[in-house]
Design a protein around this ligand. Structure first.
Ligand code: FAD
Length: 567
């Protein structure tokens, strides 16, 4: 991956600056992602379906990207539902592997949570802001390498900053950089940190090694169960020593909060780590296993970066690869439900009523988003299967403020991502945690016109106040801790209500957090995930209790490999 200047493949188009009055509560406009927004709408007539597995295998069909207006295929190797990063990554990889791939996206734009908004001519990335796993060894880096994508990124070091009531800590990418900070801010806890950090790193490395050998989870049938058992018990097979496997199981069963106490960390140290965890996973230290925490913190070491042209650049490049390799992408085409035949998913029906058949369906969207309709319609054996109990219940929404201040007021030591913990007496989560992101419009010098742009936000329970004025005041108050006097120097400020964010990302809530027992299946993040029926695999952030693009990328690579090996 490049860390330097690469021309933007699809630069965001900004409307001319407006002289709209500055006020909290005004709505923001969805950022038009360039050419896609102008793409003419297409009609997709219903297709005569043909069962997969019959003589006419989908891969035998002549490839013809829909964009080129070629003949419609009757059946596909793979239909991907949802054009977020997860769906796009699977589509790109499988198209590259020579499979006939069709991606269905319900909205007019690809990218899902990567979509941003424009305001007064500037882009604000209100969803995805930081990119973990962007360096060598990271999942996003690996995905880009496999698809030969040159993604323009800017490395963030420090990776994260945490501002507590009486402490400021810079957490750099390399753990070596942490020690002077720990020594300065938490001298009494130093020994505990020195034990904890390497232990977490070795846990994460062992888990990744083990995960490479696990079949999709949960295991489906006796062969998968046997493979799981073998991976978890036999040292020679996994390459992970048996005591290490035992440690992994125990870390998966121990809440991180308990581990922090066992390592003797004091309240302030615990708050700093809790803040990172909440920001990375939207989960508290009591809800998150020690193994999950280890994986989340490992993501920081795998290289944290921002994409100067915004996260849509990644989505655009993935879409470009998919099309280049003959994959087809249909916008404004929502999937309504899966079609099942003889105990296997054999395709999807779109909201327009078209039935599209495929050997595999990969869903990038939680069944909850589809109003529970992404279920097989067949009777008999399917009916008797237990419906999958979902981890897709929305439990958090985002409250986000986009603002601009003169560059001169921005403290030089403020990195790209700073977490401000409001009350030292409460856990670093929900309204008690505010994130501050510096924004970039592009790499050109002076692109910001002397204004520094910030995205300030927090994740709150759906029951929290939705009053824009009150939210903006609370966010500004927290921001004041890292940029004193910010309220009086703000040039622009606009609160983006959850409804606008939800509309933008196509999610029922602006941000969702998933209720799932994180201790099962060794953290499960980034592992291929079966929804419960043969022929249907899941990808994307809803499949596990993590939410980062690097996890989504890791899962997408595994799902694509699995399908490529079996088709
Ligand atoms: C507020 C917020 C902030 C975040 N910040 C970060 C961050 O800083 N760093 C990071 O790494 N990750 C972040 N994430 C997580 C990141 O957004 C996700 O990991 C990733 O973008 C999810 O991609 P996805 O493909 O799983 O899903 P999505 O991006 O949600 O894509 C799903 C797609 O499916 C489409 N769709 C929905 N229903 C249908 C249907 N019926 N038929 C067809 N298509 C359908 C949607 O329109 C959408 O395009 C953030 C998420 C949120 C919500």
């Amino acid at each position: 991956m490049d860390s330097g200047v690469t021309p933007d493949a699809n630069p965001p188009q900004h409307p001319p600056p407006s002289s709209a009055p500055d006020q909290a509560g005004a709505s923001l406009e969805p950022c038009p992602p360039g050419r896609r927004a102008q793409a003419p709408s297409r009609d997709y007539p219903a297709t005569e379906a043909q069962a997969p597995g019959e003589s006419d295998r989908p891969s035998d069909v002549t490839r013809s990207p829909s964009d080129s207006g070629g003949p419609r295929k009757s059946a596909w190797d793979v239909v991907v539902v949802g054009g977020g990063i997860g769906g796009l990554a699977v589509a790109g990889l499988l198209a590259q592997a020579g499979r006939a791939v069709l991606l269905l996206e319900a909205s007019t734009q690809l990218g899902g949570a990567c979509l941003g908004m424009t305001w007064d001519g500037h882009r604000y990335d209100l969803g995805v802001g930081l990119l973990t796993g962007a360096g060598p060894g990271g999942a996003v880096g690996a995905l880009c390498e496999r698809l030969q994508i040159s993604l323009p990124t800017m490395a963030c070091d420090p990776a994260l900053q945490v501002a507590l009531a009486r402490h400021r800590v810079d957490l750099s990418r390399s753990a070596e950089g942490w020690w002077p900070e720990i020594h300065r801010e938490f001298p009494d806890d130093e020994a505990g940190w020195h034990e904890l950090v390497p232990d977490l790193a070795s846990l994460a490395a062992d888990r990744d090694e083990l995960a490479r050998r696990l079949p999709p989870l949960p295991p489906d049938g006796w062969l998968d169960r046997f493979r799981c058992w073998r991976s978890l018990t036999l040292q020679r097979v996994t390459g992970v020593a048996r005591p290490a496997t035992r440690k992994l199981r125990s870390a998966a069963a121990t809440p991180f909060h308990q581990a922090l106490l066992e390592y003797g960390l004091g309240a302030a140290s615990r708050q700093a780590l809790e803040a990172c965890l909440w920001y990375l996973l939207l989960r508290g230290a009591d809800e998150c296993s020690t193994l999950e925490a280890a994986l989340a913190l490992q993501r920081l070491r795998e290289g944290l970066a921002v994409i100067p042209n915004g996260p849509m650049a990644l989505a655009d490049l993935l879409a470009q690869r998919t099309r280049e390799h003959g994959g087809e992408i249909r916008l404004r085409t929502g999937a309504a439900r899966c079609v099942a035949e003889r105990g296997r998913i054999v395709g999807v029906t779109t909201t327009a009523g078209e039935t599209i058949r495929a050997r595999w369906v990969v869903t990038d969207v939680p069944p909850g988003v589809l109003m529970g309709e992404l279920w097989p319609t067949a009777r008999g054996v399917f009916r008797r299967r237990r419906p999958a109990q979902g981890p897709w219940e929305p439990r958090c929404i985002a409250q986000v403020l986009g603002m601009a201040i003169p560059e001169a007021y921005l403290p030089a030591e403020l990195g790209y991502h700073c977490l401000v913990v409001g009350d030292a007496g409460r856990p670093a989560r929900d309204e008690n945690l505010v994130f501050v992101r510096r924004m970039t419009d592009g790499l050109a010098e002076g692109a910001s016109g002397g204004l520094a742009r910030l995205c300030v936000g927090r994740f709150v329970p759906p029951s929290a106040s939705a009053d824009g004025g009150a939210v903006a005041r609370a966010l500004l108050e927290a921001l004041d801790r890292v940029i004193p006097g910010v309220e009086s120097i703000a040039v622009h400020q606009r609160f983006a209500p959850a409804s606008a964010l939800a509309e933008l990302w196509g999610l029922p809530m602006a941000a969702v957090r998933y209720t799932v027992d994180s201790r099962v299946w060794l953290g499960r993040r980034g592992l291929p995930h079966r929804v419960g029926w043969p022929g249907l695999l899941a990808v994307g952030e809803w499949t596990y209790p993590g939410r980062l693009i690097s996890d989504v990328a890791e899962g997408a690579m595994r799902v694509a490999d699995l399908i490529a090996a079996e088709t």
